[in-house]
Design a protein around this ligand. Structure first.
Ligand code: HEM
Length: 126
């Protein structure tokens, strides 16, 4: 079943579907394993999944639980490339299509693409 609207619960479903796929992706997994380890059940990963859910709830629903700096940790990830960002976006968009109907999916695709471009510009990845 695809969700027809965005809420707190289905954002969490999206996030908890996306990162296991990230860990299966040969290009993306090493970046995450280096910082968070390979066990998605670990407390460190759980913290990340909660944080990312809060981030998207802030972006899409205006919730104020997320008070972090989304860009900052990416300055400390070595070896990031435009290709890695393309792979991240492609996988995120595939996951979005597995969770939401097309019109809602479009929203997440546009947002994520804009944020990724912003990150890449600030990380000097062009
Ligand atoms: C190739 C692309 C990307 C890679 C490899 C990557 C990797 C990571 C890693 C490893 C962390 C955890 C860092 C740590 O705890 O030390 C992180 C945090 C985070 N990422 Fe990414 N990321 C990518 C793209 C994105 C994009 C496009 C977004 C948003 C649309 C995003 C949103 C976030 C947020 C919100 C955090 C948490 C920031 C905080 O600490 O508050 N990331 N990322």
């Amino acid at each position: 079943m695809l969700y027809k609207s965005i809420n707190e619960e289905n954002i969490e479903i999206l996030v908890r579907k996306f990162y296991p796929e990230v860990l299966k992706d040969t290009l993306l997994a090493p970046f995450f394993i280096e910082k968070l380890g390979e066990d998605i059940q670990s407390p460190l990963w759980e913290e990340h999944l909660v944080l990312i859910s809060q981030f998207w709830q802030f972006v899409a629903l205006g919730y104020d639980d997320y008070t972090g700096n989304p860009l900052a940790p990416h300055f400390h990830i070595s070896g990031l490339t435009p290709e890695a960002f393309s792979a991240w976006l492609k996988l995120f968009h595939t996951t979005v299509d597995e969770v939401y109907i097309a019109s809602i999916g479009e929203y997440f695709k546009e947002k994520s693409t804009n944020i990724a471009q912003n990150f890449m510009r600030k990380l000097d990845l062009y």
